[in-house]
Design a protein around this ligand. Structure first.
Ligand code: 3HC
Length: 294
C-alpha cells in the first residue's frame, strides 16, 4: 500500500554504497534484505557492514545493544526472488547501465506490489532508462546517497516524467522521516545536482596533476586549508573510486557533450592500471589494510 510506512527494504549490491545504505536502514529499525550475486560477495558485504557498526560503537555513536539490534535486522541472499515482500528496494550495484537495467527488469517481475518503490542509487544514469526497463516506470525513482552513507546526511531524490507523486512522497518520507536524511529534489538529468557540480571539480584536479601544475598533496592541502573542505579532490576521488569517477564522467559526457565532463587521460590510465583508489589500496595515494592514507 502506497501510504503505509516502509518497514521492509531490499538493497541490491553490498559494495561500499550498498553496505552503507543497508547499515543506515538497519540502524533505523528497518528489516533489511541485501542481495549479492554470490555467497562469497554476500559474506564480504556482511563483514563490511559489521565492521562499520563496530566503528560506530568504538566512536561512541552506537551502544553494543544497538549494534546487536541492527545486525539482527540484516539478512543477506544471493536470490533476487527473495525480494517479493519488499516495500522499497534500493539498487546500488556498479555504475553500469546494462547491469542496472537487467536488475530493474528482474526486480519488476519479483516485486509485484504496484505501491512498492523501486529506487536506484545511480550517480549519473538517467532514471528514465531504468524505469523503461520495467513494465511500471511509475514506481521507479532515484535515491542517491553519499559516501560514507552513515556519515553524509544527503539523499538526492530524482523523479522522472513517469514517477507518480505517491511514489515520490513515499520515497521522500522514507529517506527523511525514517532514515533521518536531508532530501533535495532533482530533475532526471545525468549527474543530478551534486555530481553536476562535483565531477568537473574532481576532473579539473586530475588535469592539474596531469599537467604538472601542482602535486597531489599540494592540491589537496590547498582545498582543505584554503576552503575548509574535509578532504581534497584527489583523496575524495580515491574515496569515491576512480572507476566510479570515470563511469560518472562518461555518462555525463554522453548526455551533455561538455568537455569539462570528459575523463582526462591520467584518469583512464589509472583505471586501466587497477589503481582504483582506497578500495584497491592504491589510487592517488597508497592505503594500508585499514584504509588510512599515506
Ligand atoms: N562509516 C561510518 N562512519 C564513518 C566512516 C564510514 N565509512 N568514515 C568515517 N566515519 C565517521 C567516523 O567514525 C568519525 O565519526 P566521529 O567524528 O563521531 O568520531 C567521522 O566520520 C570522521 O571520521 P574520521 O575521523 O575517521 O576521518 P575524517 O575526519 O577524515 O572524516 C570523512 C572522514 C567522513 C570521509 C570526511 O573526510 C568527509 O566527509 N569527506 C568528504 C566525503 C564526501 O564528500 N563524500 C561525497 C562523495 S560524492 C558521492 O558519494 C556521490 C557519488 O555519486 C560519487
Amino acid at each position: 500500500m502506497t501510504g503505509q510506512k516502509i518497514s521492509r527494504v531490499g538493497v541490491v549490491g553490498a559494495g561500499q554504497m550498498g553496505a552503507g545504505i543497508a547499515e543506515v536502514c538497519a540502524r533505523a529499525d528497518v528489516d533489511v534484505l541485501v542481495y549479492e550475486s554470490t555467497r562469497e560477495l554476500a559474506a564480504e558485504g556482511r563483514t563490511r557492514v559489521l565492521r562499520s557498526l563496530d566503528r560506530g560503537v568504538s566512536s561512541g555513536k552506537l551502544t553494543e545493544r544497538e549494534r546487536e539490534q541492527a545486525s539482527c535486522r540484516l539478512r543477506f541472499t544471493s536470490d533476487l526472488g527473495d525480494f517479493a515482500d519488499r516495500e522499497l528496494v534500493c539498487e546500488a550495484v556498479v555504475e553500469d547501465e546494462v547491469v542496472k537495467t537487467e536488475i530493474f527488469t528482474a526486480l519488476d517481475k519479483v516485486v509485484t506490489d504496484p505501491g512498492a518503490v523501486l529506487a536506484s542509487n545511480t550517480s549519473s544514469i538517467p532514471i528514465m532508462k531504468l524505469g523503461m526497463a520495467t513494465q511500471n516506470a511509475a514506481r521507479v525513482i532515484g535515491m542517491h546517497f553519499f559516501n560514507p552513507v552513515p556519515v553524509l546526511p544527503l539523499v538526492e531524490l530524482v523523479t522522472t516524467l513517469m514517477t507518480t507523486p505517491e511514489i515520490t512522497a513515499r520515497a521522500e518520507a522514507f529517506a527523511h522521516d525514517i532514515l533521518g536524511k536531508q532530501v533535495v529534489r532533482s530533475a532526471d538529468r545525468s549527474g543530478f545536482v551534486v555530481n553536476a557540480l562535483l565531477v568537473p571539480y574532481l576532473l579539473s584536479s586530475i588535469r592539474m596533476v596531469e599537467s604538472g601544475f601542482a602535486t597531489v598533496e599540494d592540491i589537496d592541502k590547498a582545498m582543505v586549508f584554503g576552503c575548509a573542505h574535509p578532504m581534497g579532490p584527489l583523496k575524495l576521488s580515491d574515496l569515491v573510486g576512480l572507476d566510479t569517477v570515470k563511469a560518472i564522467a562518461d555518462k555525463m559526457y554522453e548526455e551533455f557533450k561538455e568537455p569539462l565532463y570528459s575523463p582526462p587521460p591520467l584518469l583512464l590510465r589509472m583505471v586501466e592500471a587497477g589503481r582504483l583508489g582506497k578500495k584497491a589500496g592504491r589510487g592517488f595515494y597508497r592505503y594500508e589494510q585499514n584504509g588510512s592514507g599515506r
